[in-house]
Design a protein around this ligand. Structure first.
Ligand code: FAD
Length: 274
């Protein structure tokens, strides 16, 4: 079983200290890699580089930077990739990213498949390339078939494997995998697991990224109010059941959206390897 954990790059010195502690605690489950988001939620791109280099130099765990290509130039992406290569990094999560509002000139890349193609062309097989997958459909896709076709294009462009957007309905994940296989694609598609610890934050993220919170879960979560202990206990139970279900149906690898906290993901990960 391969476990990976995702962080966002902290902006404050306290945030950096907290993340160091989180990384140390998560090391207990021998992660395959730690990934760091890029430019998401207004974080700066320099902060990604700093976090990734720190992980690669100090953690004894492979660092995997996310890299989004929208609103960027080939020369800038190339220079960043060269810095990663020089630091011994060989795994990249290649993304389009979200188009910033008001931006007309979106730069040298339009979609993630073009970034994948560019990395392969410039670096041959140096990088293991992960791409994003959306079992419940990317919110801007015309329909599910079109989204799957675009996903397949990323694999044909040279991606090795994928990480999914989070979901709470395992059927969506298995259906997505089956449909991708019908296109003759058989690559690892690792479920992205989002622990449930904060009702407002989860609703906000899910509205943005198009992940569905099943009605029964939402209704329960909305009743906890300030009782975070009960919310955490319920959230843990729901997500642990999802992980068990995925595992019992053959899933071997799991990627956790840690939100820079160790406890929620660690508990789930420990449950999986017991
Ligand atoms: P793409 O695969 O390019 O797809 C984007 C949309 O365009 C889809 O609707 C697709 O169907 C459509 N499309 C693709 N090709 C074509 C085509 N040729 N013609 C027409 N339509 C097309 N965001 C960040 O900013 N930073 C991060 O670090 C980050 N990390 C992420 C990690 C994971 C695991 C996931 C699942 C998402 C992450 N995101 C991140 C969010 C992601 O950037 C957004 O979801 C973004 O809107 C799409 O990126 P993508 O790489 O999936 O794009």
């Amino acid at each position: 079983m391969q476990l990976s954990f995702e962080f966002f790059p902290p902006r404050t010195s306290q945030g950096k200290l907290n993340l160091k502690k989180t990384r140390q605690e998560l090391s207990a489950v021998n992660p395959h890699y730690f990934s760091t988001t890029f430019g998401a939620g207004g974080t700066t791109q320099d902060a990604t580089l700093e976090t990734v280099l720190d992980i690669q130099a100090n953690d004894n765990i492979a660092a995997a930077p996310h890299l989004s290509c929208i609103d960027s130039e080939k020369s800038k992406i190339l220079s960043l990739l060269k810095q990663y290569q020089a630091a011994g990094i060989n795994r990249i999560v290649a993304l389009r990213g979200d188009i910033p509002s008001g931006v007309r000139d979106i730069g040298d890349f339009h979609y993630a498949n073009e970034l994948v193609e560019f990395i392969r062309h410039e670096f041959n097989d140096h990088f293991h390339i992960e791409v994003a997958a959306y079992p419940e459909m990317h919110p801007q896709a015309k329909n599910m078939d079109a989204d799957i076709k675009h996903f397949v294009n990323k694999i044909k462009a040279g991606a090795n494997s994928a990480i999914t957007q989070y979901f709470y309905n395992a059927d969506a994940y298995f259906r997505f995998k089956d449909e991708v296989q019908k296109h003759g694609i058989d690559i690892p598609i690792t479920p992205g697991i989002m622990p449930i610890t904060n009702y407002d934050q989860l609703m906000r993220f899910s509205n943005m990224c198009g992940a569905e919170i099943p009605r029964w879960i939402e209704k329960r979560l909305s009743t906890f109010g300030d009782d975070s202990a009960s919310l955490n206990a319920f959230g843990f139970e729901v997500v642990a059941q999802l992980c068990d279900q995925l595992k019992s149906q053959g899933v071997e690898d799991f990627h956790f959206y840690s939100m820079n906290k160790s406890k929620p993901s660690l508990q789930l990960a420990q449950g999986l390897i017991e």
